[in-house]
Design a protein around this ligand. Structure first.
Ligand code: EPU
Length: 421
């Protein structure tokens, strides 16, 4: 298994190009099952999760191939006859559950393995099931698989989500594009990935409105057609790399970055004493003072502070002046990076969903281990500021969500390498 070795201390300067969004791409790819004509995605990030989704679609009988060095994925579902998403693929990646709505709309039935929990939380599927049942499906759990059937086809319905779940909104939206009549999803998620999905589905002929408002209205159509769609920029990759020059010192320009993708995050950066400037090609980030100020964070659904940037922000706040309180409201177990950061000298007290971070002058390099994607990158960020060497093991988590992570950090001058361990 590979590790990443970071030697902290040097300031960072230069540019980092932001890739297409993993979480947008993982919902756009299953949308191919809604049409027989080809769907082509451009600005695709080169990640192992995208490879897994490609394999899942192929296992369902769709054609899916990676072009232009992985930057483009061309898919066609004209021969997609298999409605069964097997446990062996689904267990590798929770986002596999995003084929449930499209398969149901395509075949009138679907059998999708229950994804199970993961390190950051239990992550049930009740909201997905509730929404698809409202559209007329009967869903049963048998042998670890969700068996969904819509004997009389899917019919538009009014659905109010108890919580604005990203995945449930995506599954319901996709299924509703081919349902008879009108579907209204209330308390729908408003994340930029939802907007991107709506834009792509419209390009395929779907009738969707209101995706930015929290109430999405979908008028079902008989069929969708092919389209070519560019994946939006990855706001979480953007936020992660925005923190690099803040933690290490220096100034970095994030190419393709836009403030509206990370507005709540930028507000907190400003409060901490960090300036974010819009440029022609993206955003420039630098610290205003030597030491950043402590700030309090509460993760929330979009447009609130994203849970996927909480670990990285904690890495920053470990060396802030003062005490910061971080409240995690989206996932029940998303502080696993805290004990690892404490191995590097951070002072953190975790009580349930709240972590109190008392800033120290300097972190110290250590061997650390990560249990999920965002936790892994937070340890790299911490390593950039630490004295000496930090070795982050279990790098496969990073490969799921950060393309060319070593190349991007070293391109701006970070002392970082990937080694076989
Ligand atoms: N939830 C339920 N029931 C459901 C669905 C969700 O209780 O039926 C709960 C979850 O257990 C969780 C909360 O609602 O506590 C949020 O879940 P949501 O459905 O919104 O998240 P998701 O669709 O499973 C996506 C991203 C995550 C990101 C979250 C929140 C993808 C592939 N994944 O997950 O990304 O954290 O939204 O923004 O889009 C990551 O990239 O590191 C990552 C974990």
């Amino acid at each position: 298994m590979d590790s990443i070795v970071v030697n902290g201390g040097g300031a960072l300067h230069g540019e980092i190009a932001i890739a297409g969004a993993k979480n947008a791409c993982l919902t756009l790819m299953p949308a191919t099952l809604l049409a027989d004509e080809p769907l082509t995605l451009t600005n695709v990030p080169r990640l192992s999760d995208i490879v897994t989704m490609t394999q899942l679609l192929q296992s369902l009988g769709a054609e899916a191939s990676s072009l232009q060095d992985g930057r483009v994925v061309a898919m066609s579902s004209h021969a997609a006859e298999n409605p069964v998403a097997d446990y062996e693929i689904v267990r590798k990646m929770r986002a596999s559950n995003l084929v449930l709505g499209p398969l149901l709309a395509r075949h009138g039935h679907a059998v999708v393995s229950m994804p199970g929990g993961c390190a950051i939380g239990a992550r049930p599927m009740d909201l997905h099931i509730h929404g698809l049942e409202a559209l007329g499906a009967k869903i049963e759990l048998k042998d670890g698989y969700l068996h969904a059937k819509a004997v009389n086809g899917l019919k538009g319905a009014q659905i109010e989500l108890r919580f604005a779940s990203v995945g449930a909104t995506e599954n319901i939206m996709m299924a509703a594009t081919l349902a008879k009549g009108t579907t209204v999803i209330k308390n729908a998620a408003r994340e930029p990935e939802i907007i991107d999905l709506a834009t792509c589905l419209r390009a395929m002929g779907a009738q969707i409105e209101g995706e930015a408002s929290g109430t999405i209205t979908i008028q079902g159509v008989d069929r969708l057609h092919g389209a070519t769609h560019p994946v939006i920029a990855d706001r979480i990759e953007l936020g992660t790399y925005m923190l690099a020059p803040v933690i290490a010192g220096g100034e970095v320009e994030l190419l393709g970055g836009r403030v509206e993708l990370v507005a709540a995050f930028c507000e907190k950066l400003d409060e901490a004493g960090i300036s974010v400037t819009e440029t022609v090609n993206g955003l420039k980030v630098a610290r205003r003072n030597d030491r950043i100020k402590a700030v309090n964070i509460k993760t929330e659904v979009f447009p609130g502070f994203p849970t996927d940037l909480q670990a990285q922000m904690m890495a920053l706040l470990c060396t802030a002046d003062g005490t910061s309180v971080l409240e995690e409201t989206i996932f029940e177990n998303r502080f696993m990076h805290a004990p690892e950061l404490m191995r590097m000298g951070a002072q953190i007290d975790v009580q349930g969903g709240t972590a109190t971070v008392t800033g120290v002058e300097r972190l110290k390099g250590a061997r650390v281990m990560a249990t999920d994607l965002r936790a892994s990158v937070s340890l790299i960020l911490a390593g950039l500021a630490a004295e000496g060497e930090t070795v982050v093991s279990r790098v496969y988590h990073l490969d799921r969500g950060y393309e060319h992570v070593v190349r991007k950090f070293s391109g701006v001058g970070a002392q970082i390498e990937r080694v076989k361990s």
